[in-house]
Write a protein that binds this ligand. Sequence first.
Ligand code: 5GP
Ligand code: ZN
Length: 113
Amino acid sequence: MTDCLFCKIAEGLIPSAKVYEDELVLAFNDIAPQAPVHILLIPKAHIESAQTLSEENDALLSRLFKVARTLAKEKGLAETGYRLITNIGNDGGQSVPHLHLHLIGGRQLKWDN
Ligand code: 5GP
Ligand code: ZN
């Protein structure tokens, strides 16, 4: 989708601070971090949100979680804990309509922040 911010980041048309990349997934630092570690993990292919996933995406989903685990370990969060969040739609607070996982950690997180 040409007018999608995260598609443009995945294509390298908009720069990002990449922390991981493979054929399915790109991970980069959030531009407005909410914690010492705040990484976004996206599929390179455009998927609007978790609500539009199907069984065809099982391998991708497995990969996204695997990359999240690996990055959490690399960042020293695996023992202390962290949060994986995916916002969906307007009420869910999704501002970029391209599926992404927020990997957030490095401080004590509360339910509302
Ligand atoms: P959402 O609100 O859709 O769950 O999350 C979108 C996230 O994308 C936000 O945390 C926001 O800070 C981040 N973001 C928005 N624009 C950019 C950008 O151009 N570059 C990066 N690295 N992050 C972005
Ligand atoms: Zn997209």
